[in-house]
Design a protein around this ligand. Structure first.
Ligand SMILES: [Zn+2]
Length: 445
């Protein structure tokens, strides 16, 4: 069994007491954290590879509660376009092939790991290729298939024509995904069922998704109330709000990861809180689109809010700062929208929401060794006072992450990807993205 000892590190454990060791050590044995403490390690050093982490901080890897890693495709295409999501991105997604999604997933996963994300809760098209890429690159992942029974490229025309056969085919791919990948590599890859959004699956299809989840004992991942278009569609079709639709289908509950929840009513918020549904708050993307959920009321009601990056830019550091700034602008108090809270909502809290809280999300003995090392010697992290959590959350950048470990294996070391050739990922990512873009733009004319 391999043994790695990190020594002389500033350790932010993010355990229940938020213990910080100013100069501590952490021993990894095999895929797990064996022990950690302050001061000098005095145990047995036989077969131990020592890493001198002086000048570096050791943190649990980030658990990204909601993303689409292949969505890094759209970086630079949507950010300044107010109609970019429905008008450009969703129609362009229709051009993607399985091979495109595989290459773009590797690109996005490398971006995640470079920033210190060790777990992604992922939902996208061609989930078999997404899972293959995430498995190969060595990140921890919870993968769902995007299930829809409409043409998402036609939503820009408010065309919601249902195609049940299409919905069945996507559900079938989700079943294949679960059968092939759920529990793979000692549980590093797990799966969920992914009805895409409350307006892009019919009530009937959503109920079938619930039945599949119950059969396999897996949870669900979806998008909720992300546009006024979605709210209007559900009102016209069923006389329900998106959250009421979730309740009617059986999706609402502790087993559901529900992204966005922007257009929600006070009664919806009560339903989310009472059911234990997890609200995936993607602050960086929402800030760009100037959409914002009623988080002040959600925090007050006790909704479980956890942070996700949601494609384009997958940067958990910026995301925490967006979460602090935007929530404060929307009336959330400084402690709730503060450094420690947002670090917890990016690590241990999403881990618990995913049902993985006993395995990941904090640095504690017996947990899987999913962690990151951060260079704290730069001017952006100097000076460091009595509360390093505040200094780090407000000032650390993805470029400060030097090493990343998943399941006790270095996936990033000295800022270089260890599991794949990063030059190949970047080159294939760029050429694939250009190719999809050109196919789409030519196809439009
Ligand atoms: Zn999303």
């Amino acid at each position: 069994m391999s043994r790695t000892l990190f020594e002389n590190a500033l350790i932010l454990t993010v355990d229940d007491q938020n213990t910080v060791y100013r100069s501590g050590w952490l021993l990894v044995e095999g895929d797990k954290i064996a022990a950690l403490g302050n001061g000098t390690y005095s145990g047995d050093r036989e077969g131990v590879a020592s890493v001198n982490a002086a000048g570096r901080a050791l943190l649990p890897g980030f658990v990204d509660a909601h993303t689409h890693v292949a969505g890094s495709l759209f970086k630079g295409l949507l950010e300044d376009d107010p109609n970019g999501f429905y008008g450009f991105a969703l129609p362009m997604e229709g051009r993607l092939t399985r091979e495109d999604v595989y290459h773009l997933s590797l690109l996005g996963a490398w971006e995640c790991m470079q920033a210190g994300i060790t777990t992604v809760n992922e939902i996208y098209h061609y989930s078999l290729q997404v899972a293959q890429a995430l498995d190969e690159i060595g990140i921890r992942a919870v993968v769902s298939q995007n299930i829809v029974d409409v043409d998402i490229g036609a939503l820009r025309y408010n065309d919601y024509t249902r195609d049940p056969a299409k919905g069945e085919a996507f559900l079938e791919e989700n079943i294949q995904l679960i059968e092939r990948y759920h529990g793979r590599d000692n549980g590093r890859i797990t799966c969920r069922v992914g009805p895409h959004a409350t307006d892009t699956v019919s009530m009937e299809l959503a109920k079938k998704c619930v039945a599949v989840g119950q059969k396999y004992g897996v949870g669900f991942h979806t998008h909720v109330a992300q546009s006024e278009r979605e709210v209007a569609q559900l009102k016209a079709g069923y006389g329900l709000t998106p959250v009421e639709f979730l309740r009617e289908t059986g999706l609402l509950g502790d087993h559901l990861m529900a992204a966005h929840c922007i257009y929600t009513t006070p009664s919806d918020i009560r339903l989310l809180a009472e059911s234990g549904t997890h609200m995936l708050h993607c602050t960086q993307g929402l800030g760009r689109d100037s959409d914002f959920p009623p988080t002040k009321e959600m925090f007050a009601a006790g909704v479980d809010i956890v942070l996700g990056t949601d494609w384009l830019t997958m940067d958990p550091w910026d995301n925490m700062r967006f979460a602090i700034g935007l929530n404060r602008q929307h009336g959330v108090d400084h402690a709730t929208a503060g450094a420690l809270e947002m670090l917890r909502r990016s690590t241990i809290q999403p881990a618990r929401a995913l049902g993985l809280g006993d395995r990941i999300g904090s640095l504690e003995p017996g947990k899987q060794a999913d962690l990151l090392l951060l260079d704290t010697t730069g001017p952006n992290l100097t000076p460091m006072f009595h509360d390093p959590v505040v200094t780090i959350v407000y000032n650390a950048c993805r470029g400060d992450v030097t090493d990343v470990m998943v399941d006790g294996r270095f996936t990033v070391r000295g800022r270089r990807l260890q599991t794949q050739k990063e030059e190949d990922i970047l080159l294939l990512g760029q050429t694939t993205a250009m190719d999809v873009y050109h196919r789409h733009v030519v196809g439009l004319h």
